[in-house]
Write a new protein. Structure first.
Ligand code: HEM
Length: 479
């Protein structure tokens, strides 16, 4: 049923496993002309012709794309040890050995990768770590609700509001302080530009990664952009780190947050900057886009909105923001089902982050060559009609009384990935996202501004990036 049962770009003889099927590559460029952008939608459309495991040649690089749950299982579970390496994006102005000292981009067998993942798991994302943040979350979300109460009937940029709130939640977990202010309408703009600049430079279709002779020229300016934006990001927290170091050296301090953990463990300034840069870039956009898209989906689906408001009124009433309710939020509530349904339809990292094959391996009857890039199109898998009834409908009910979860065991639903590379921030996102959505929906009704941005709102749902700007709505307080 697919165009090529045999790979048109395979060079192997007929007895050895072949490359997965794919379009015939041109000399030098390979299939670059077939894709233009590396978007999940383009790759999904190509997979309709070439099948759920597809191979492209982009310049000198082999790229393998999985678009079904059974190939996702092969990649993220069966062959996880071999396929969980990563290339350093060429926009990052660091050498491989610097990355291995500093970054989440290093490989799972590198000590520093294990060290930072363990530190984050134990100090930030364990039940104990999350419990110790619960009061602070409550405080930040209450500030957001109070701010909105003062804006009743006015147009509010919800995207910006959520950005500032989430940024402050994370900055308090890391540094015990707000970096942005809600009242300044908003303080987030500039910081958001830095953050998005870094993400865009990292995820852009960077031709020099595929045609190595172009590598040193940076003619798309991505390395320059990454460097400039990172320096600006770091300058946000550098004074706080300096101050804390001095306090620690003077002996006049008691451990209060993640920064203290890193300082006690002897992290130097370069390591601290890189770790926080990566935690902010990986955590903020993904979390805010999930919140915003859920609000939009609920507004487009009034039955789901009513059902959720009813649940919030009866189960939580005014107490949604209390500690003990926070803990309950992870169970089988409609609120949680709404979040899952958004993540199924709009996973913020639709192709995950690119994995690399550490060595050649076999996946079913195909070969994945050493150093190939490996992508899993979790966006396509979440819409696969053989897995989901009416896949394009927003129907949170499908998750009620279902054991289906996003923790990396159900390969038809992988917004956080699975295996060694699974998102380390999952436990935090799984609690903060419903808390913010629950508060926005429990305490307010939402309408679009009269000279509406209906088209924008639909565009946002179709958008292939996480940019949802501006996303303006009018709140009315609920009793
Ligand atoms: C709804 C929210 C989120 C989603 C859907 C999400 C999803 C993902 C995905 C798909 C990956 C790539 C996994 C792979 O390559 O196989 C990833 C990696 C990562 N995420 Fe998240 N994420 C979210 C929130 C967060 C938060 C809140 C943090 C931290 C505070 C975070 C930190 C990271 C880091 C550091 C990595 C890189 C891990 C590594 O390569 O070892 N994420 N995330």
């Amino acid at each position: 049923i697919y165009k090529h049962k045999k790979s048109s770009n395979s060079t192997s003889n007929s007895n050895s496993p072949q490359l997965p099927p794919g379009p015939t590559p041109w000399p030098i460029l390979g299939n670059i002309h077939h894709i233009k952008t590396m978007s999940h939608v383009t790759l999904y459309n190509l997979a309709k012709s070439y099948g759920p495991l597809m191979s492209l040649k982009l310049g000198t690089k082999r790229v393998i794309i999985a678009s079904s749950s059974s190939f996702a299982l092969q990649i993220l579970k069966v062959n996880d040890r071999i396929l969980s390496a990563r290339d350093v994006p060429s926009a990052v102005p660091l050498t491989r050995s610097e990355i291995d000292q500093l970054s989440f981009w290093s490989d799972p067998w590198i000590d520093q990768w294990k060290n930072i993942r363990t530190k984050c798991r134990v100090e930030l994302f364990s039940s104990k770590g999350l419990d110790s943040q619960a009061r602070m979350w409550e405080e930040k979300v209450t500030e957001m609700v109070e701010y909105l109460r003062g804006k009743e009937g006015m147009v509010v940029d919800v995207e910006e509001l959520v950005f500032v709130t989430i940024f402050n939640v994370f900055s308090n977990a890391y540094f015990s302080r707000d970096f942005l202010k809600l009242e300044e309408e908003f303080g987030g703009n500039e910081v958001r530009v830095f953050l998005r600049g870094i993400i865009e430079a990292l995820l852009a279709f960077n031709v020099s990664e595929f045609i190595p002779v172009l590598g040193k020229f940076d003619f798309q300016g991505l390395r320059k952009k990454h460097k400039e934006m990172s320096i600006k990001m770091h300058s946000l927290w550098e004074p706080a780190v300096k101050e804390r170091r001095e306090k620690m050296e003077s002996g006049n301090y008691s451990k209060q947050d993640f920064l203290d953990t890193l300082l006690e463990d002897g992290f130097n300034d370069v390591q601290i900057n890189k770790l926080f840069e990566e935690l902010f870039t990986a955590g903020i956009d993904t979390t805010t886009s999930t919140i915003n898209r859920t609000i939009i989906e609920l507004m487009n689906n009034p039955d789901s909105m009513n059902k959720l408001q009813h649940e919030l009124d009866t189960e939580f009433n005014q107490e949604l923001l209390s500690n003990c309710n926070l803990l309950q939020l992870s169970t089988n509530y409609y609120l949680q089902a709404c979040v899952k349904e958004t993540l199924r339809l709009h996973p913020p990292a639709p192709l995950l982050l690119p994995h690399r094959a550490r060595e050649t391996c076999q996946v079913m009857n195909y070969t994945i060559p050493q150093n190939a890039h490996v992508l899993v199109n979790v966006w396509a898998i979440g819409r696969d009609p053989s897995m989901w009834d009416e896949p394009l409908e927003y129907r949170p009910e499908r998750f009620i009384d279902s054991s289906l979860d996003f923790k990396g065991n159900d390969f038809e639903f992988l917004p956080f990935s699975a295996g060694r590379r699974i998102c380390p921030g999952l436990p935090m996102a799984a609690k903060i996202v419903p808390l913010v959505i629950g508060s926005l929906i429990r305490f307010f009704n939402w309408t679009r501004p009269p000279h509406g941005n209906d088209a924008d709102v639909h565009e946002v749902l179709r958008a292939t990036s996480n940019m949802i700007h501006p996303f303006q709505l009018i709140p009315t307080a609920r009793k």
